[in-house]
Design a protein around this ligand. Structure first.
Ligand SMILES: *Cc1c(COP(=O)(O)O)cnc(C)c1O
Length: 495
């Protein structure tokens, strides 16, 4: 990325070069960039050309290869497809605000609504029941909306049972609703939820401490249904059940098919609970075909059409730029109870002849909103279901090839520990979790790998000890090339 011009930048983004020279910036480039930052805003401005030079020469070389490099495996980063990149430039250039559906003023709300429908098609979720929801800034935003809708729903149900008129948290506030119902709170029941779900509980007045793991004693990834029912039957609390549809360390799923989800669904119905899935990346397992090669992975998201709400991420496996997430909901009239702009007549949509499209500002967190649906729209139309299936298959095959190598290597252990290589491969989605067997190497493993700058992994912890995670989410994955690179790095680090 040492390029001097916008043209070079484009070439980098299109795949030439930068990531081959390292996934992390050099310390020199970081120091140079830091030293170039102004200490104060001057009265006089600068020429556009000088600012362009400053950004391209000083700042850009200190970026990491996050989305540009197919060998950046930190977080779940994803990349940007050429179609999405093109559309994102259009978004910035025309700077449309997607907030109120004004059918005679702009097409943007129609495009966003259409893109949501295309996503449902990608995930084989029926539009008839699921074409509600919105685009968000990411899975965190989607989890906040999901728990907010859940909170509204479970308290509405409790109010119906109690014959109370005070039903809406959006209207009356959490305290008054709980008080009127004689309840002590809302709880979220899950298995190894993503930190953002816990954050959402904090934001929404549910409380981080009220997110409870109800997992099996010998498997933190799976529900203990007996314990789940016990929690759901409490008379002092109402509950939201959150399915980890893709756990962030292991990539594994909390459920293994429609039968199990059906059981959880029935329990939720019995006790008036809301059923949400955090499928930030896990929902993508629904694009896989029915081949035996991927059947275990596909089972992980089987049956999520039975749920009430689903979180998904755009800037991860969909490979559109930051920031982009999406939220699907089976209940069309719920989000507006929480997110409406009730006191601003000028924000209401006029009557239209077209499809009835809700104004995004009344069903999500933000009012003014970026047209982040356009890169999604462009990339989906460009790749189609087949293109996304191919992308995901390459990602899974790479993860599995790396895991097989790790399983056989005396210096490493693949996690969670498997009883056979077949079982390990079968369970591997697009994440590889592992540790070094030597304790002192393991403590420093992520650093040692990342120091090579040939690939980047996240340091995490598993079962109380440090571990590394390789999260594969870039559209540029090339199984043969990348497995060679990764195993070469891991072999050298273990010497
Ligand atoms: C990444 C992730 C999130 C948070 O998503 P953001 O896009 O960073 O807001 C939530 N849940 C899961 C499972 C994730 O992987």
């Amino acid at each position: 990325m040492e390029g001097q011009t916008i043209q070079n930048l484009w070439q980098v983004a299109q795949g030439s070069g930068r990531w081959e020279s390292g996934v992390l910036p050099s310390s020199e480039n970081l120091a140079k960039a830091r030293a170039s930052l102004p200490t104060t805003l001057s009265d006089a401005g600068n020429s556009l050309e000088s600012i362009q030079r400053h950004i391209l020469d000083d700042i850009v070389p200190a970026f990491n290869g996050g989305s540009i490099s197919p060998n950046y495996y930190g977080f779940v980063t994803g990349g940007t497809t050429p179609a999405a990149l093109f559309a994102d430039h259009v978004v910035s250039t025309y700077d449309q605000n997607v907030q109120v559906h004004l059918a005679n003023h702009s097409i943007v709300t129609d495009v966003e609504y259409n893109a949501l429908g295309l996503l449902l098609d990608l995930f084989n979720l029926p539009r008839t029941t699921w074409h509600n929801g919105t685009f968000t800034t990411g899975a965190t935003g989607s989890n906040i909306i999901g728990l907010a809708c859940g909170r509204e729903f479970v308290l509405q149900k409790a109010a119906e049972r109690a014959g109370s008129q005070i039903t809406s948290v959006g209207e009356h506030g959490l305290f008054e609703v709980l008080h009127a119902l004689g309840l002590s709170g809302v709880q979220v029941l899950s298995t190894l939820p993503h930190s953002s779900l816990v954050k959402a509980a904090g934001v929404l007045g549910i409380g981080r401490a009220n997110v409870r793991n109800v997992c099996q004693a010998d498997d933190p990834l799976r529900f203990d249904l007996e314990q789940l029912e016990k929690e759901l039957s409490r008379v002092d609390k109402v509950s939201i059940v959150a399915i980890s549809c893709g756990e962030v360390n292991t990539g594994r799923f909390a459920t293994s098919g429609i039968e199990q989800l059906g059981q959880i669904r029935r329990l939720c119905d019995k006790y008036g609970a809301w059923l949400h899935a955090d499928g930030a990346f896990g929902i993508f397992s629904r694009v896989l075909d029915d081949s035996p090669e991927f059947s275990t992975i596909k089972k992980g998201s089987e049956g999520i059409e039975l749920l009430d709400s689903i979180t998904g991420d755009g800037h991860k496996l969909l490979n559109v730029p930051y920031d982009c997430g999406f939220f699907f909901c089976r209940h069309p009239d719920l989000a507006i109870n929480v997110f409406q702009n009730a006191n601003a007549a000028y924000l209401s949509a006029g009557a239209t002849d077209g499809p009835s499209i809700p104004s995004p500002l009344n069903i999500g967190i933000e009012n003014s909103r970026r047209f982040r649906a356009l890169p999604v729209y462009a990339s989906l139309l460009c790749y189609g279901k087949d293109g996304y299936r191919d992308m995901l298959q390459r990602q899974i095959r790479l993860a599995r090839a790396i895991n097989e190598w790790i399983y056989d290597h005396p210096a490493y252990t693949a996690l969670p520990e498997a009883t056979s290589k077949t079982e390990l491969v079968d369970q591997t989605f697009m994440s590889v979790l592992f540790r070094a067997n030597d304790e002192s190497l393991n403590r420093d493993l992520a650093n040692k790998i990342n120091e090579t700058s040939r690939m980047f992994v996240s340091g995490t912890s598993w079962a109380g000890a440090p571990a590394c995670r390789i999260a594969i989410s870039n559209w540029r994955v090339d199984v043969e090339r990348d497995v060679k690179l990764v195993t070469d790095v891991l072999a050298k680090v273990a010497l």
